[in-house]
Design a protein around this ligand. Structure first.
Ligand code: FE2
Length: 222
């Protein structure tokens, strides 16, 4: 009472001068992976309808890109449009990948094998072009554009087959782009997926979406 009337400084809290309990801890990539694992749980048989993708999107947004977290998964192959690099394979539940996109290159138009796909840009920029779901009864009509959006570092987008198809590309003429992808369940990797011809809507089956393990990298590669 007396302190407030006279505007005296209040007593300092007791404790060591640099108490690390009060230092905020960064939400790093291992923490994000652990939260995804915890959310998906230990039980088998989870499917796309049981996953609250908004929760996973929230986790992806919470993580702030830090190259120190992901450089060990980074592998660029200039002869390819992009590389797919495994960060974590949560058996039958999810795949977490790091994709490295060469300048001006992109993916084909593809579906997501009845799974959720969350994409977060970690470096550079990526453009996502989304198409309406294909007409399964007519394989000769062109795909129709739904929207196109450019994403900067730390922005997150989400797609599923209910939303449509998409293609992702790096619009930069000279900068590599890097993105984090969460696929759950990992149907494309386990069972295959489809790519599409935009002009005709024709689908082609791809038997497996493969990812490179960082143990496969050439010695000395980042
Ligand atoms: Fe995709």
């Amino acid at each position: 009472m007396l302190a407030s009337v006279l505007q005296l400084p209040l007593p300092l809290p007791q404790g060591p001068p640099c108490d690390r309990r009060f230092v905020p801890v960064a939400y790093d990539l291992p923490a994000l992976v652990q939260d995804i694992k915890s959310y998906l749980g230990d039980s088998a048989g989870i499917d796309s309808s049981e996953v609250d993708h908004e929760y996973l999107i929230g986790l992806a947004r919470k993580y702030i890109s830090n190259p120190n977290d992901w450089l060990r998964f980074f592998y660029n192959d200039p002869s390819k449009n992009y590389t797919r690099n495994a960060i974590e394979n949560i058996n039958r539940k999810a795949n977490i990948l790091l994709l490295v996109w060469n300048p001006g290159k992109g993916s084909p138009i593809h579906d997501h094998a009845n799974a959720h796909c969350i994409m977060k840009v970690l470096a550079g920029e990526l453009t996502e072009t989304v198409y309406h779901p294909p007409n399964v009864n007519d394989e000769s009509s062109p795909l129709t554009l739904k929207h196109q959006k450019r994403y900067q570092a730390d922005q997150v987008t989400y797609i599923s087959d209910a939303i449509g198809l998409h293609r992702v590309h790096n619009p930069s003429p000279n900068q590599v782009a890097v993105s984090l992808h969460i696929y759950t369940p990992p149907n494309a990797a386990d069972d295959g997926y489809h790519i599409f011809d935009g002009a005709t809507g024709k689908a082609s089956f791809v038997s497996q979406a493969r990812a490179r393990s960082n143990t496969e990298k050439p010695a000395g590669h980042a």
